[in-house]
Design a protein around this ligand. Sequence first.
Ligand code: PHE
Length: 462
Amino acid sequence: AHGEATAVPEREQWSGQIGFILSALGSAVGLGNIWRFPGVAYESGGGAFLIPYLVALVTAGIPILFLDYAIGHRFRGSAPLALRRLGGRLGEGLGWFQVLISVFIAIYYTAVLAWSSSYFVFSWDLRWGDDTTAFFTGEYLRAAGEPFTLDYVPAVAIPLVIMWVITLGILAAGVVKGVQRANVIIIPLLVVAFVAIVIYALTLPGAAQGVNEFFTPDFAALADPNVWIAAYSQIFFSLSVAFGIMITFASYRKRRSNMTGAGLVVAFGNSSFEILAGIGVFATLGFFAFQQGVEIGDLEGLTGVGLAFMTVPAIVSEMPGGAWVGALFFGSLTLAGLTSLISILEVIIAALRDKFALTRAQAVLGFGGILAVVSLVLFGSTSGLTALDTIDNWANNIGIVGSAVAMAVIVLWVRRRGRELARHLSAVSTFRVGRTWLLFTSILAPAVLAYMLVTKIIDLLV
Ligand code: PHE
């Protein structure tokens, strides 16, 4: 094989189905499940949102997840290598584009993890005080805004460095001893911690009202194309498809593996976690609205940074046993984010190793080190929050969706490898795919995604 990295030793392999499933779940379950889904669902039709959400899962999320698996498993390589083996230069270019998106996302994900781990510590004495918004944007991020003041170091630099050391340490230990082992420990822990908070939240006064409001369907919303776009975006981000992650992870599976069976477990496991988070977040918001004597609709900060670092701390301060709830919440957010971050960095590391015949340690320390410095500089200034928003918007909307369309078009229309991949997927899997899968991945999903892409680009430009 000309030009291929022959010096790289045999590809590492997961020790089995469970190791792979937990690692793929670790990637899928992240900030998107906890802070993105509940608010998006609430604003896009509540209970009725579950319809476009499930349609998006079945018609695009799972089919493209399978496509990722098929490419990684059949062509056994990181995103650029596997896509080159499949589709030549064009494919390799797409692979590097996916690596680039991963670089951007990794940088902002680390910042959020650092903040989240600081807030884990702040929970113990409810350090954010009464005005949580002023605390976050003023005291906490202002400390970050002056990199060379003493405050910056404990508030932001130390947690950032700790996050990078943990993440790079896990990655350096390898696929089995690092990534798989971390996920096998963290995912069960995360599920237990998270279920505990949700159960506790449900016992609070006002909780039932909150959950009710979350599920109350507004069927009129289904006529709004933006609601459908929101559902497809949520599914893509949440399942971590079309980033190169699932191509990379699938390349570490043993030759004879039940790919589709694992995929269904991951997809439905991820959505279950997401819906559970919706229940937990809205039970908590219901409690808060009840306490304040207002409506949930009047509350601000129902998603993202606002939800996690302003609304949740405010609620936690009002709760009996709030310090514990805060610690469990920020602990869960940190762990969920950590396993996602590991997966996205593995995309980059695997790609560099395949291309330049590096050892794992060289790739992790070299490139990881550069990224760590970039994130320290970027999030050492108040522009960090703006940078985060911009990256989030472009990478998630344009980047992933564009990459998914390009992948489907290159694989299925330009190179016409669809049938071969369908056969590959069905060979040793419990759930066989055939014409329906080809129809979804080659026509339906690309059509919907292309429409989304155009709408988003117009939206961002005007
Ligand atoms: N799937 C993750 C989530 O729901 C997000 C993610 C995106 C993780 C990209 C890794 C890479 O939060």
